[in-house]
Design a protein around this ligand. Sequence first.
Ligand code: NAD
Ligand code: ZN
Length: 362
Amino acid sequence: DVLHIETSNKTYPVYVGQNAIALLPDFLKENNAFGSSILIITDESVGHLYLQTLKDTLSDIEKEVYVSIVPSGEKAKTFDVYYSCLTRALEFNLNRKSLILALGGGAVGDLAGFVAATYMRGIPFIQIPTTILAHDSAVGGKVAINHEAGKNMIGAFHQPEAVFYDLNFLATLPLHEVRSGFAEIIKEALIEDPDFYSWLTTNIHSMDLIDMDQLAFAIKKGIAVKGGIVKQDEMENGVRAYLNFGHTLGHAIENSVGYGSITHGEGVMIGMVFALKLSIKYAGLNFDLTSFINWVTSLGYKTKIPSSLKAEQLIYAMKKDKKTTGREITFVLLAEEGKPITKTMADDEIITEIELMFENKS
Ligand code: NAD
Ligand code: ZN
């Protein structure tokens, strides 16, 4: 199956399916724009699992294939790792037509995409996502590394040439990573596609029982939502911000508890519960929040803010997030399912609402 992502200067294919990777060699052969060398960037865990598979897939194309293996997870998105990838690229004499393949989750995709965006003022790259979350990050062209002062603070817009989403790679994904990625799928359904949202609540009852057909369907729907929004607003001047539903508070939680102790999607889920509450109160949303909380709780998500955090600390973290403009905090809310809006709120109002969201409160 193939979806197409339209952007201002190009349209690129997203191949989704079991064994999608098998389509890569023909894609490379048909695109003679690519030069004679390839740099695969992957992380230690994914490299251990799937680097050989990818190398085997590339074995009969006539190109030099180089590899750079980086630390797993958020540790891939540091300036030092970024610099070492550039050093590798220079050592291997990659030129402006060389291709970078990003094999991994969102962290590897963001890093490799930023290397591709900046090496010799930009070279082509292909995303080969291996997490559910990466259905989101691999599409849309936002690439970045982190700075000590904040996540994704150094980055670019650089669209891939293609995305090869091989669902077989998802078999080894730990359950908390499945949950992380699936939160973004639930988000996409809520902000854009009420029918898909009701399909999810009807069909998904346990994270470890999602079958391949359901997963393929859900991922394709999610990519379609993301692709539709990116087409309307590639550079995030308007509607693309709706993808941040649940992320204002979600990011603040993720950043405040320390990277790694809660996954991105798990933080976003708490942020979505908060945004849904605000939507009912301030945006006239008609929504059964109790059923939503029961549903996602049964899927293993937390819906309350960890008691180790403080409201003021979260306000501070939300203000530091680059997605907020000025000194007031803006949330994405829903006026209806599938109809997002933005709302700016005063600190004291937000603090009152946040106080009701802590673990030890009922
Ligand atoms: P990740 O890349 O860190 O992967 C999570 C963990 O799973 C890592 O330890 C990784 O080694 C492991 N892993 C990956 N694939 C695996 C597999 N198939 N089997 C077993 N283990 C596997 O994280 P992620 O959740 O995919 O992505 C999170 C990152 O994505 C964050 O850095 C976030 O900022 C970024 N992101 C970017 C965008 C964007 O638009 N660019 C959007 C959302 C998130
Ligand atoms: Zn996200």
